[in-house]
Design a binder for this molecule. Structure first.
Ligand code: 2U9
Length: 338
């Protein structure tokens, strides 16, 4: 029996030396360590061994058993570690990437800037926190104008001054351009503006405007009309018709609001134009002489026009979105459509 134990030991040693994977460890266990395996087979034969030989054979079996147990445990640990690493299948197709997209407000601003740039307008930027002079006084707002009210304007608490506010329109940047530039001036100002208003489906306390300003010698209302119509035909509809209705703004005189035939129904009446056939697309006017003077430009020498429109309103008209808040909720179901 001792020679049989020795033969099994040699076989087991050879098998141990050949183990090179977790699958081979398992094959070794099934061959040698299960109930019907090689080791148990030897142990079962112990019962038939004569009594006087039992101690020597039992001892040899114990030595073999503990050798096999410790070697098996060592290999099991070794290959268990490597087997936790999931093999990478390099032939699998790549996971799809989730591409982001430019926000509809930014897309619209980019288009507006492109068109005005091609018409020779520069783009100016300025601070969101502005002073009262550039937001109101120099734009010919009377000292008691309702827009200066706390209900309409966000004022900023500052340690050393009490005339700071969040700009209520981008006209304040046009004031800065006029203060620092000798005409001719041809400039648009896209940017964020702030008004102390209740948020609703139709208005936000923070929104975007584009304003434009053109100042030179001999600029007239005809230049204003031509510029706005040229822009709107490229931006909305090349066959659009227009009407200019008289209006009032403190910073322009005369002032007008511009309506354009609906780009969707071409005047027939639809949901976008609320069945009127017309869309209100901008406010505009000739820059008030008081504004020119306040910004250091002589109204006897120069004249100019200005216009402005809200970008969220443009996006709502173009997309048919009827609740302005949808543009800022960042719901991917909405944003993915643009
Ligand atoms: C200077 C002088 C005049 C800019 C103008 C409008 C008319 C206008 C509104 C449209 C909707 C703003 O977003 S809105 O609430 N704007 O109707 N804006 S003329 O006039 C200027 C600008 C700068 C120095």
């Amino acid at each position: 029996m001792l020679s049989q134990i020795e033969a099994v030991r040699i076989e087991i040693e050879n098998d141990l030396a050949a183990v090179d994977s977790s699958a081979a460890v398992e094959a070794f266990r099934l061959k040698h360590l299960v109930k019907k395996g090689t080791l148990q087979g030897l142990i079962d034969q112990l019962r038939a061994v004569p009594k006087e030989e039992k101690p020597a054979i039992g001892k040899a079996l114990n030595v073999l058993r503990s050798f096999v147990d410790s070697e098996f445990e060592r290999l099991r640990t070794t290959y268990a570690q490597t087997s936790t690493v999931t093999p990478i299948d390099l032939s699998l197709p790549a996971r799809g990437t989730q591409a982001g997209s430019v926000h509809p407000i930014t897309q619209t601003l980019d288009r507006i800037v492109d068109i005005f740039s091609s018409m020779g307008f520069d783009v100016a930027e300025g601070p969101d926190v502005e002073d009262d002079a550039r937001n109101f006084s120099k734009l010919n707002f009377a000292e008691d104008h309702p827009a200066r009210d706390m209900q309409d304007t966000f004022f900023v608490n500052a340690a050393d001054r009490n005339d700071l506010l969040l700009r209520t329109h981008t006209s304040s940047v046009q004031v800065r351009v006029m203060e620092s530039t000798k005409p001719p001036i041809r400039c648009i100002m896209p940017g964020r503006v702030y008004r102390n208003e209740a948020v609703s489906a139709r208005s936000l306390a923070e929104f975007h405007q584009v304003e434009g300003l053109y100042i030179d010698k001999g600029v007239t209302m005809a230049d204003l009309k031509g510029t706005i119509m040229a822009f709107a035909r490229r931006f909305y509809d090349e066959n659009a018709k227009f009407r200019f209705r008289t209006s009032y703004f403190p910073f322009t005189e005369p002032s007008a609001e511009v309506d354009m035939s609906c780009f969707l129904c071409h005047g027939e009446g639809c949901r976008v134009c609320k069945h009127t056939g017309w869309l209100e697309i901008a406010g505009c006017g000739m820059v008030h002489p008081n504004v020119l003077t306040a910004c250091g430009i002589d109204p006897e020498e120069y004249s100019g026009f200005a216009f402005g429109f809200g970008v969220e309103r443009v996006v709502m008209m173009l997309t048919g979105i009827d609740d302005i808040r949808l543009l800022y909720e960042n719901d991917l179901r909405v944003l993915k459509q643009f």
